[in-house]
Design a protein around this ligand. Sequence first.
Ligand code: TEU
Ligand code: CA
Length: 551
Amino acid sequence: MTDASLSPLWWHQSTIYQVYPRSFADSNGDGVGDLEGIISKLEYLKALGIEIIWLSPIYASPMDDNGYDISDYSAIAPEFGTLADFDRLVADAKSRGIGIIMDLVVNHTSDEHPWFIDARSSTDSAYRNYYIWRKPAENGAPPNALTSSFGGSAWTLDPITNEYYLHLFSRRQPDLNWENPSVREEIYKMMNWWLDRGIAGFRMDVIDYIGKQVDQSIVTDGPHLHDYLKEMHQATFGSRDVLTVGETWSATPGSALLYSGRERKELSMVFQFEHVTQQWDEIYGKWRSRPFDLVKLKSVLSKWQYALSDDGWNSLFWGNHDLPRAVSKYGDVKGFPVESAKMLATVLHLLRGTPFVYQGEEIGMTNAPFTKIEQYRDVETLNMHRLHLEAGLSPEEFIKGASENGRDNARTPMQWTSGANAGFTTGIPWIEVNRNYTAINAERAVTDEQSIWNHYRKLIALRKKHSVIVYGRYQSYLDQHPDVFSYTRSLNSERLVVMANFSARTICVDMPNELQLSGSCLISNYNPIDQVPAMLNLRPYEAFAILAETD
Ligand code: TEU
Ligand code: CA
């Protein structure tokens, strides 16, 4: 089987590493990670083998939502550094074969952005129409029932003009009005300004929101969404060889083909979240999670692999700065932390698409062990805590939900060493360090041949070496098996067999004939095996991949 229709692009065989700057590395002891800190860790990232860094926002911001509330799109937040530091980061990364993609947060700005300050001052402001304003309903209530992701109404009444403005996130993140062509022009100009500085692309925050039609309560997938993306493509990155990834919680395989279809001239790929949200409660969402169901997880991942096999492109991730730690969510932190982290990496990295590693995942960092609301920092968690308690949820129940799915789980400082504050800072970290840093840290991981880190390093290298991992056709097996994830990737005469046990028990699997192949073991988290027998015993969280020749 070949895939002649797909012309290789520079990033197809690359792995992307997400840096959440606030929690990555602090160079000056103020407790907050910064650009200089990232520069000091480029050698570490190069050794891991990643070729692209997705940098969460580093723009000027009052930090209501850790930088996802931007007050100046062409300035760096002073706590992160200067524009000169940024240019040095881009250059130093480039000299190591690493490109930087920036977070593009243009669904909304900060309420401290000069556009919003002007807009709210008067209904006659030249910037009024940069945002979304509506008169109160007859009884003074919000114009409609749209709600914010962070809880409560999406509308806040602004006393200066007595009109409501829309904010689909915190009230300090007013939504931009994409129907206004001047807004779009300003954004494209800003994007080109960054592209001219030599960045390798953009990750686009909640980009599925930009076509919203508020009066019809349409937020995602609005009628002009794809027109705007095509316009953006043409006005900015279309003529440049960069990578773009849209964050789209609403994406379906159908819409993903619109975003990432080869001839569509929109985006390189999107993040889809079906494998995340299918684990959530229908009523309480992520604040009350359901028991983990591997059959469902496989069905979602397989559906996406099949749907994007001839066109479009998948992104592959377990975690990011909004999600719990992968090993805490899908693995076994108590019984098999190392085996399960390696298993998860194996399963994800050998799928078709672009793998993303969230900082700390490569050393098996775990969820924050917070037990008190005072330990949390995230605006979403703090808002939801207030609202859920008002609505009658007990504090204990809320903390349980937050400790499973709250966003601060992934935001504790990167664990570099076994020294004070995990080597993240010499000062007081802005959010508590996870105390398990004495065992789980990068310094230890890089020197241990058997570490999770070395397993990631191998997987990242394998993708660069074997085109079957990049382009091979996906086929799943044992779909109804409750504990085993099993698939093949095929390209020309090569077949890669991937087997993984998602349980803490030894599982004996009756193997389908087509999978009883022998070849070379590319990777394993136990002793390498090079042949799949008719009856396969998979040890707890065991995972391996065998590359076989067929004809
Ligand atoms: O996230 C969008 C988003 O919808 C999530 O924050 C979501 O609200 C939450 O995790 C589910 O309960 C993006 C960014 O990744 C996030 O960090 C920002 O807070 C948000 O947009 C606003 O910019
Ligand atoms: Ca700092």
